[in-house]
Design a protein around this ligand. Structure first.
Ligand SMILES: [Mg+2]
Length: 319
């Protein structure tokens, strides 16, 4: 199967199924053309996923399509952007019709769900690798950055943390239990928090999506903002599935495990009540922004054993 036939057969239908009014010209020309509504700015980001590094070897093609697009869309969510379209560059070891069929039909489904139209791409032969560039728009000057946190702001996270990291233990499980399946869904089907991200415009002072773990990603945000935070480990939201299956390790997954794609943001306290009411998903205040750089973690048991400090401190350069 040549490249032309591959695109015609598998990717033209995705473009048709995901069409977006702001994609003026899609697949089939030398470039795509995106319309930017007046008073808006283009927001874009690119992600590369390599087999065996960013997703498991022999990962199911439908899972790969969904997860890759969700991960890319999550960066738009973190910026408060409205999704518009994406391009896909694929390196494939071979043109396997069955694999491509499953991949492209799930890509179309996920594209429709996230509001992202396939606007172009490229295919080459080699080890399985996907590169997705996502485009979104925001009203001028309203994109959420990592750099706006102020001392006194609340540190807030969406959903629950640690589930996707804990799921890695069950990827090969033949007949997962209900709780194991809950965690696996968090890994295989991450939900980019697009509606929440757009709701945070003009409210959150800084935002980031949690791809590398709460400590790492909050650390990036604080570093960009030139301040620090005090986080209460006991307030970090953990799912019943994670508590049940990971026990004492649950909090470690939540702090250091990646792949959750929840949002972590800082919020002036005056917005808290209205945001809690309007948010499409549960939000949890986990701490406060402070002037002194670095991340201080209060243990869940604040009455720590005598002689042991009740907190861990992570340097400002922690990543
Ligand atoms: Mg990100």
């Amino acid at each position: 199967m040549g490249e032309f036939e591959l695109i015609q057969r598998y990717f033209q239908p995705v473009a048709r199924d995901t069409a977006h009014p702001d994609v003026k010209l899609g697949i089939g020309d030398d470039c795509a053309i995106q319309r930017i509504p007046p008073g808006h700015e283009l927001v874009f980001s690119v992600d590369t996923l390599v087999e065996g590094v960013h997703f498991p070897s022999r990962y199911a093609p439908d899972r790969l399509a969904r997860r890759a697009l969700a991960v890319a869309a999550s960066d738009l969510a973190a910026m408060g952007a409205k999704p518009v379209c994406f391009t896909l560059a694929m390196t494939l070891p071979k043109a396997d019709a069955h694999w491509l069929e499953r991949f492209s039909s799930e890509l179309a489904q996920a594209g429709r769900e996230f509001g992202l139209a396939l606007a172009g791409g490229d295919t080459t032969r080699g080890p399985l690798t996907l590169t997705i560039q996502v485009h979104g728009t925001v009203p001028e000057g309203q994109a959420l950055l990592r750099s706006g946190a102020q001392p006194g702001d609340l540190v807030v996270v969406s959903g629950t943390l640690g589930d996707a990291a804990a799921a890695l233990d069950y990827l090969e499980t033949g007949a997962p239990s209900q709780y194991q399946q809950t965690l696996l869904d968090r890994y295989n089907r991450p939900q980019p928090r697009l509606a929440l991200g757009q709701l945070l415009r003009n409210r959150a002072s800084a935002a980031i999506d949690i791809s590398d773990g709460l400590l790492a990603d909050l650390g990036h945000l604080l570093q960009a903002s030139g301040c620090g935070a005090v986080i209460d480990a006991g307030r970090i939201p953990l799912s019943p599935a994670l508590r049940d299956l990971a026990g004492e390790e649950a909090i470690g997954h939540a702090l250091r495990g990646g792949d959750d794609y929840e949002l972590c943001f800082t919020l002036p306290a005056r917005f808290r009540d209205a945001l809690h009411r309007q948010s499409p998903i549960p939000l949890q205040v986990i701490g406060d922004v402070v002037a002194e750089p670095g991340l201080t973690l209060l243990n869940a048991d604040k009455h720590a054993t005598p002689g042991r400090s009740g907190y861990e401190h992570f340097g400002a350069d922690n990543d």
